[in-house]
Design a protein around this ligand. Structure first.
Ligand code: SF4
Length: 458
């Protein structure tokens, strides 16, 4: 078993029995759940909207190569530059080259999961470039040296009191500061950064191929400031973000808002088609879009699993997942956690080292039920397991156990040969570790059903 798997086991074991963690996460998800009920009320027929969104994403993914080329052409026509990055390392080097060439020392950055794949903040700080997170949640993550806990709400694992404690420790604020007081403090600090930064880095919620447009969605206005105030705007986007037309946003924007935060529509939705044009008064002088693969083509090559590329990163499957709620976001040991993380991480990183995530599930199907773009997540988890077995990646002990199990199931007489004591012994040997020390293994009774049936008939 790999180190990554062992860490996952021990971290999840600790978190699952951390009652304070459970209380904080349940409280935060509880607020989300009630907001989503209200958000859904804006729909007359939610099922149709979801089907339409799924269909549109499906079409873009099936036609990915052409859609990306169209995006590139149209974006270049408006004066933007497109760079294709095979992996996170290449994307980092592109960003560094742009920033170094222009002598940039301070960068403002809005929330973006794809830049988490790059570990961009650390990378730039090692190169002597300050990169400031400007989303409130991400800012808290950054100053506390943490990692985001959730795709949408990076500090889901912290209570208001925990956050006040961080600001007291880092900036000497009153430990009883209210969220409003903290927000005011952060706003003032960040305003200075926005005014002095020479470059802004954002992600992209959608890339529109027919117009070469980047669509950004956020609630704090920091994304639009990062994109428009500095001289240079760099967008880092996964290649799967592309959709066909601006008109499709009337389906995606409300769905993302409803399932992401329970809003009817997110507060700021911005469309950016290239750098500032001659007749425009604001916007960056230079704009780059880095289209990053980083394992996505590998996922695309798996026909049953490629549906996972339709994800719009709303976070609903994390909130609904009983496993996520218990083991929390950090235990997954990957940028993407919860059901979608368990599905895509083995493809984006390595099936060999992350396949265990696809086993960390109850397969209850709640993730599939809540996904706004109808990704059959629990089926995808099974697909990953199948892939892992087919490619001989499962541990030898498991293969051996399955062979014995199959033999016994096909020949009931063989199954009845060893006594219950012997069976319990083997059960313990094979499953005790994965079953966990806090649960009792099922015990095989001295008499089998077949024997009991015989006795009964006598
Ligand atoms: S898989 Fe579906 S529910 Fe999960 S984050 Fe993506 S879009 Fe949302």
């Amino acid at each position: 078993m790999s180190e990554i798997y062992n860490k996952f086991q021990s971290d999840s074991d600790t978190k699952a029995f951390d009652l304070q963690h459970r209380k904080t996460v349940s409280f935060n998800i509880g607020k989300y759940d009630s907001a989503v009920i209200k958000g859904k009320m804006q729909y007359q027929n939610l099922a149709i909207a979801r089907r339409l969104a799924a269909l549109k994403k499906h079409r873009s993914i099936e036609n990915l190569e052409n859609s990306l080329k169209d995006f590139e052409q149209n974006f270049i026509k408006r004066g933007g530059k497109v760079l294709w990055a095979r992996d996170a390392q290449e994307a980092n080097l592109f960003i560094l080259e742009i920033l170094k060439n222009k002598g940039v020392e301070l960068v403002v950055k809005s929330k973006s999961m794809v830049t988490e794949e790059l570990e961009l903040d650390d990378f730039l700080s090692k190169q002597g470039i300050e990169c400031v997170e400007t989303d409130l949640g991400e800012y808290i993550v950054q100053i506390s040296g943490d990692k985001p806990y959730h795709i949408v709400t990076p500090v889901m694992h912290k209570s208001a009191k925990d956050i006040a404690g961080i600001f007291h420790e880092k900036f000497g604020l009153d430990p009883e500061s209210s969220p409003q007081e903290i927000t005011k403090f952060v706003r003032k600090t960040l305003r200075e950064k926005f005014l002095h930064a020479s470059a802004g880095i954002t992600g992209a919620n959608f890339l529109i191929s027919s117009t070469g447009t980047v669509a950004l969605t956020e609630n704090e206005g920091n994304g639009v400031l990062s994109a428009s105030l500095p001289r240079i705007h760099i967008v880092v986007a996964g290649i799967e973000k592309v959709i066909e037309s601006i008109a499709d946003l009337h389906i995606f924007w409300p769905l993302l808002a409803t399932f992401g935060t329970g809003q009817n529509i997110t507060a700021y939705n911005t469309l950016i088609s290239g750098p500032r044009q001659k007749d425009e008064v604001d916007g960056p002088a230079e704009m780059y879009v880095i289209l990053m693969d980083n394992g996505r083509s590998r996922l695309l090559s798996q026909i049953p699993q490629r549906r996972a590329l339709s994800c719009i990163r709303c976070g609903a499957c994390l909130n609904g997942c009983p496993i996520y709620r218990n083991i929390g976001g950090h235990s997954y040991g990957s940028v993407y956690s919860g059901p979608i993380g368990a599905v895509i991480t083995p493809h984006l990183r390595s099936m060999m080292h992350y396949k265990h995530l696809s086993y960390a599930t109850s397969l209850c199907g709640k993730c599939t039920e809540v996904c706004p773009v109808n990704i059959d997540l629990h089926f995808q988890l099974l697909q990953n397991r199948n892939f892992s077995v087919e490619n001989k990646l499962s541990p030898r002990i498991e293969n051996w156990g399955m062979r014995v199990w199959k033999m016994a199931m096909l020949k009931p007489r063989l199954m009845n040969l060893p006594g219950a004591g012997m069976k319990n012994f083997f059960l313990k040997k094979a499953f005790m570790k994965s079953w966990g020390k806090r649960r009792d293994l099922p015990v095989i009774k001295p008499k089998s059903f077949r024997q009991m049936w015989k006795d009964e008939r006598k």
